[in-house]
Design a protein around this ligand. Structure first.
Ligand code: ZN
Ligand code: ZN
Length: 183
C-alpha cells in the first residue's frame, strides 16, 4: 500500500485537542519521522474498550481506533489520560504506557502512568515523546532495537524507570529499516 506520510492524532476523553501535550506529540512526530500530523477532534473513550475492572483494554482501543481512522491517513495514534491495560498470554492483566502491534494501523499511549506533569527537568515531556515515538515506530514495522541504548525503540523505553534518559533519538539502523519499509 502506498505510504502517504500522514498520521492522525486522536485525543481521547480528558486529553484536550489544543493541550500542549497534544501539540508536543505532534511536533515530536513531525520532527523525528518527518510525517504530517493532523489532530482529530477529541472523542470519548469507547465503551467497547471498557472492561470493569480493571478499566480500558488497550487492545480493544486499537480495534476502535483502526475502525475510526479516516482513509487519508496511514496510521492513527490515540492519546488518553485513562489507565490502560494489556492482557498477557496467561490472561493476567498489566498496566501499560502504550500499545501497538508491529505493522499495525493504530497505536495508543496513556499519560496516566507518567506521573505528575510538574516533574522536573522535562522528564514528563520526555516520557510523553518517547512513548509516542516508540509505539508509532512499531506500527511502522520497527522491532525492539538492540543496537543503540539511547534509541527510543529499545525495549527499556516501555518502562517508566528507564524512560528518563535525556536523549530522544532514533538510531541509524532503525531509520534505515523505516526507509526500507516505506518503499
Ligand atoms: Zn515496544
Ligand atoms: Zn534503534
Amino acid at each position: 500500500m502506498f505510504f502517504k506520510g500522514k498520521i492522525a492524532l486522536a485525543p481521547l476523553a480528558g486529553v484536550d485537542e489544543s493541550s500542549w501535550e497534544v501539540r508536543f506529540i505532534k511536533s515530536q512526530i513531525e520532527d523525528i519521522y518527518g510525517f504530517e500530523v493532523d489532530v482529530l477532534d477529541r472523542q470519548k473513550m469507547p465503551k467497547s474498550a471498557y472492561d470493569s475492572p480493571p478499566g480500558y483494554n488497550a487492545s480493544l482501543l486499537l480495534d476502535y481506533l483502526t475502525a475510526a481512522m479516516p482513509n487519508k491517513y496511514d496510521k492513527i495514534m490515540g492519546v488518553t489520560d485513562s489507565s490502560i491495560y494489556a492482557t498477557k498470554e496467561d490472561s493476567s492483566n498489566w498496566a501499560v504506557n502504550g500499545l501497538s502491534y508491529n505493522g499495525g494501523v493504530a497505536c495508543v499511549i496513556s499519560t496516566h502512568a507518567f506521573g505528575i506533569k510538574k516533574l522536573n527537568g522535562g522528564r514528563y515531556e520526555r516520557r510523553l515523546a518517547k512513548a509516542s515515538l516508540h509505539e508509532l515506530g512499531h506500527t511502522l514495522g520497527l522491532p525492539h532495537c538492540d543496537n543503540t541504548p539511547s534509541c527510543f525503540m529499545t525495549e527499556a523505553r516501555e518502562q517508566v524507570k528507564t524512560i528518563d534518559s535525556e536523549e530522544i533519538i532514533l538510531c541509524r539502523s532503525c531509520k534505515r529499516l523505516i526507509a526500507f519499509a516505506q518503499n
